[in-house]
Design a binder for this molecule. Structure first.
Ligand SMILES: Cc1ncc(COP(=O)(O)O)c(C=O)c1O
Length: 385
């Protein structure tokens, strides 16, 4: 399963003289996991490299920064930056998240973003004999981790209404180690119903882990899967502050899962990665999660900006993948997407990439209303049916 000249994790260990016993131990040395996820979203696409002066709607970032209370909290902690942890900042974050989500605080851990725990859960629970199952298209970071550890990765097309096809996912590998659901899904923005997620949780092998990545859940005005992690020991929820909270460069993410499940992901460094977070990010996150009114307001504004572009495109006869409930949508140009990306860039608008399964389809991230108006105007200039 290794790509290009990249050896698998296992082969790399053999080449470096590891014995079988040491290899088993090394498999748990999840420092490698961090390295496996080498290309988070922003690096994974050439389109995300900032082009000076362009409207940046390619990397699913938030168009604006953290909430004012988050910035104020981070500023205060910057001033106390001489201390590793000035005043129980982790505990405050976990208490705030627990109160918002209804998850016991001991089932919450913080990470420098969610890419790292995503990679770690794959290294901890998948293997060459216990594969990984995902949708296609989806957020593909876990595909690369699977390739690295030599775990088979099954990619199951979305349903005709762009949900995860949970029955087909189980059928694709009934003995996988990790099943990955991304809801809302990156890149389609579509939501998989909680009932389908629960079905997979109840029907997968008992010792397999169901990972539900809710990076974009704050744009959904509806139920989320977090409650599954409050009671079950085989489900892990991923959250990030990189999206609606506007903290992508500050690096903060969360996992909700049983402590035993998470312990296997942090063995290698005794929890250093979760303990040694920038306190500025932790404090910013703590202040942000409880800003219910601002979250709602940002969600409504960005959903309105998304719908403005979607109706503009539809009015021109351009096909949009329906059902996005996130800060992104996909356009099916009916012809190769890459020249469209280039043409829009020439107009000063950077849209996102395509997925190999859909080469005619571009992902566009939702910016401010003003940015989406600039996008609409650029489409008017370049679009020829
Ligand atoms: C679905 C999904 N999960 C996880 C991530 C990782 O984000 P981060 O590491 O910034 O938390 C992203 C980033 O785009 C994403 O789209």
């Amino acid at each position: 399963m290794a790509t290009d000249a990249q050896p698998t994790f296992r082969q790399d260990l053999i080449d470096r003289g590891y014995s079988r016993r040491q290899m088993a131990k090394a498999a748990a040395l999840l420092g490698a996991a961090a390295a496996t996820n080498r290309m988070p979203e922003a690096q994974a696409q050439q389109a995300a490299k900032a082009v000076a002066g362009a409207v940046r709607i390619g990397a699913n970032e938030c168009w604006t920064g953290p909430f004012p209370s988050g910035v104020a909290a981070a500023t205060k902690l910057a001033q106390e930056g001489n201390r590793y942890e000035p005043d129980d900042e982790h505990a405050k974050l976990f208490a705030a998240v627990a109160s918002v989500e209804g998850i016991p605080a001991d089932r919450i851990l913080a990470w420098p973003g969610s890419s790292d725990p995503l990679s770690r859960v794959a290294v901890a629970y998948a293997s060459p004999t216990r594969g990984i199952v995902t949708a296609n298209p989806t957020y593909e970071a876990i595909w690369r981790t699977g390739d690295w550890i030599g775990a088979p990765v099954r990619k199951v097309p979305l349903t005709s209404d762009y949900r995860h096809d949970v029955k087909a996912m189980l059928a694709a590998d009934p003995n996988a180690g990790v099943y990955y659901i991304c809801s809302p899904n990156n890149p389609t923005g579509t939501v998989t119903p909680i009932a389908d997620i629960e079905w997979l949780a109840n029907n997968k092998p008992k010792d397999a882990i169901l990972v539900v990545d809710e990076a974009y859940i704050h744009w959904v005005d509806g139920p989320h899967a977090a409650k599954l992690a409050a009671t079950r020991d085989d489900v892990m929820i991923l959250r990030t502050f990189s999206k609606l909270f506007g903290m992508a460069g500050m690096r903060l993410g969360l996992t909700f899962a049983s402590p035993t499940l998470m312990e296997k992901m942090i063995r290698y460094d005794g929890g250093q990665v979760t303990a040694m977070l920038p306190m500025t990010a932790v404090a910013c996150g703590t202040a942000s999660v409880t800003e219910a009114a601002l979250i709602k307001q940002r969600r409504a504004e960005m959903n309105a900006a998304r719908e403005k572009s979607v109706s503009h495109l539809k009015a021109k006869g351009i096909k949009v993948i329906p059902g996005s409930q996130a800060n992104m949508f996909m356009i099916d140009w009916g012809k190769p997407a890459r020249p469209m990306l280039d043409a829009l860039l020439a107009q000063g608008v950077q849209i996102g990439r395509s997925w190999p399964i859909w080469p005619n389809v571009s992902r566009v991230s939702v910016g401010s209303m003003e940015e989406m108006e600039a996008f609409n105007a650029a489409v008017d200039k370049v679009w020829k049916a």
